[in-house]
Design a protein around this ligand. Structure first.
Ligand SMILES: [Zn+2]
Ligand SMILES: [Zn+2]
Length: 192
C-alpha cells in the first residue's frame, strides 16, 4: 500500500530541486498537488476520499476532469513565502504531472512523455504506464488502427491485423488498402 499523494509530493520536491534548483517544503508540495487536482488543501482532497490515503496510481488519469489551473494558482498565491510564486506556471504543472504519473513498467522512469497501457477488454482503466522511448524501442506494445494512437495495448492483445478485440475483423482490406495501412503503421512508428 502506498500513499500516492505523499509519494508524489516527495517526487515533486526532488524535481524542483534537481531541475530548477528550487527548494520547497513538504507542506507546499502537498498543497500544490492538491490544488492542481482542484482541492483547496490536502485536507479537502482527503475528505473527499473518506479520509483514506489515495492508493490509485492513476489518480491523474482518473481525476483529469478535476484538474484546475485556477485552484493551483490560488493555492500558490496563498502560500506565505514560496519560490513557486516566481516560477512559470507551465514548469510547475509539468512537474506536478510528472510527480503524479506512474513509473514506466519497463524502465521505471517517471515521465510525462509516457502513455497509459490498456488491456484488451477494458479501455477505461489503465493497467500500467509506458514511457515513449520504451514504446518505441520495445516490441511488446502496439496500437489498434481503429482505437487510435492514444490507446496503447500489448502487442499480444491484438490480432495479426493489429486489431483489438472490439475491432476484430473490421479491416477486410484489399491489397492496396493493406499497403496503405502498413505504410501508415510504419509512419506512426517512426514518427512517434
Ligand atoms: Zn520506459
Ligand atoms: Zn480497437
Amino acid at each position: 500500500m502506498s500513499d500516492i499523494i505523499k509519494n508524489a509530493s516527495k517526487h515533486l520536491q526532488e524535481i524542483f530541486k534537481s531541475n530548477h534548483n528550487v527548494i520547497i517544503g513538504s507542506s507546499h508540495a502537498h498543497a500544490a498537488i492538491s490544488g492542481y487536482l482542484g482541492y483547496k488543501s490536502k485536507k479537502a482532497l482527503l475528505a473527499d476520499h473518506y479520509d483514506e490515503p489515495i492508493e490509485d496510481e492513476f489518480v491523474l488519469f482518473n481525476y483529469s476532469s478535476l484538474v484546475s489551473l485556477p485552484q493551483l494558482e490560488e493555492t500558490i498565491l496563498r502560500m506565505k513565502d514560496s519560490p513557486l510564486k516566481k516560477m512559470p506556471t507551465h514548469q510547475i504543472t509539468n512537474a506536478i504531472e510528472e510527480a503524479l504519473t506512474p513509473g514506466c513498467e519497463c524502465c521505471g522512469h517517471k515521465t510525462i512523455r509516457s502513455q497509459p497501457l490498456f488491456s484488451n477488454d477494458d479501455i477505461d482503466n489503465p493497467i500500467a504506464q509506458v514511457c515513449s522511448s520504451c514504446i518505441r524501442n520495445e516490441e511488446g506494445y502496439a496500437t489498434c488502427h481503429y482505437c487510435g494512437d492514444e490507446i496503447l495495448y500489448r502487442t499480444d492483445d491484438l490480432n495479426s491485423a493489429g486489431e483489438c478485440s472490439e475491432h476484430r475483423g473490421e479491416g477486410s482490406y484489399s491489397d492496396e488498402e493493406r499497403e496503405d495501412w502498413e505504410s501508415y503503421v510504419e509512419n506512426v512508428t517512426n514518427n512517434f
